[in-house]
Design a protein around this ligand. Structure first.
Ligand code: MN
Length: 138
């Protein structure tokens, strides 16, 4: 069933995510900032319907915990995985991928991002409409 509201939200929406790295609007609420150990941070990310982040990699991987809505996770060259509440995605180091909402649903996940001296993420090119549409038409 399509969801058009951010229903069942656990955490409040944070700041709008940087437009340079997202197509559409997303909000990021940093729940646990990088601390003195520097090893990880935890953020809650809300995507409006159709919103997705750019292709990117994580030097030390990332874990996504899906808390609401419907979304996708896709690694380069592989079919997209449909995600819904309760799904867990373990993203390996240096694997090019994107995540975001389906075209008709809000999507919320908690992102646990490992941080190295190279940072937590390397942003690449946007996910084109052609790439995105080819996922949700299947
Ligand atoms: Mn990621």
């Amino acid at each position: 069933m399509a969801r058009t509201e951010n229903e069942n939200a656990i955490f409040p929406k944070g700041e709008k995510a940087p437009a340079d790295y997202f197509t559409g609007t997303a909000w990021v609420n940093i729940l646990v900032p990088q601390d003195q150990t520097g090893s990880y941070s935890i953020g809650d990310v809300v995507f409006e319907p159709g919103c997705r982040n750019n292709w990117h990699t994580h030097p030390a991987g990332q874990t996504l915990l899906v808390t609401a809505g419907n979304g996708y996770y896709q690694e380069k060259g592989k079919p997209a995985r449909l995600l819904t509440k309760g799904d867990v995605v373990k993203i390996p180091s240096d694997v090019e991928h994107w995540h975001g909402a389906t075209h008709d649903s809000y999507f919320t996940h908690i992102a646990i991002s490992n941080i190295t001296k190279e940072g937590a993420v390397k942003w690449l090119q946007p996910v084109t409409d052609e790439e995105y549409n080819s996922v949700h038409k299947k």
